[in-house]
Write a protein that binds this ligand. Structure first.
Ligand code: ZN
Length: 133
């Protein structure tokens, strides 16, 4: 793993949170994107080498909607940048981590992504992401 690529934050209202994070960070979001397969609307802010990803549920079945019901707004996941996502998945599996999707899927922001189950990572949802060429 090379760096923290981004932190994902679950929010109720992307529009309001965009304005809030714009005030907080002193800059505007550089991108908004809907990821239909995940049922989320996302917005990204660049902060140095790392990003903040705001996530609003776009449907009731969205994992974000379920997270919000249980825990409300707040940090949802931590994403690590990896060079080779498939070999990282093999390495982590061999080390006993529980992989949610072994086949990398299309995430937001031109990434291939894999998630680890929080019960194998001290309650933290971990995302691996690799740039798509
Ligand atoms: Zn993410």
């Amino acid at each position: 793993m090379r760096k923290i690529e981004h932190l994902g934050i679950a929010v109720k209202n992307l529009k309001q949170s965009n304005a809030l994070f714009e005030r907080l960070l002193g800059k505007a979001s550089y991108k908004e994107e809907e990821v239909g397969s995940e049922g989320v609307l996302t917005s990204f802010f660049q902060v140095g080498e790392t990003k903040i990803e705001l996530l609003e549920a776009s449907s009731e079945n969205s994992p974000i909607a379920k997270f919000m019901e249980r825990r409300g707004e707040g940090i949802h996941h931590i994403a690590f940048d990896v060079e080779d996502i498939r070999s990282e998945v093999e390495r982590l599996k061999a080390n006993g981590f529980e992989i949610l999707n072994e086949i990398p899927k299309e995430g937001a922001d031109h990434k291939l992504v894999v998630f680890l189950h929080p019960r194998s990572t001290n309650g933290v949802l971990v995302e691996l992401c690799q740039d798509k060429d």
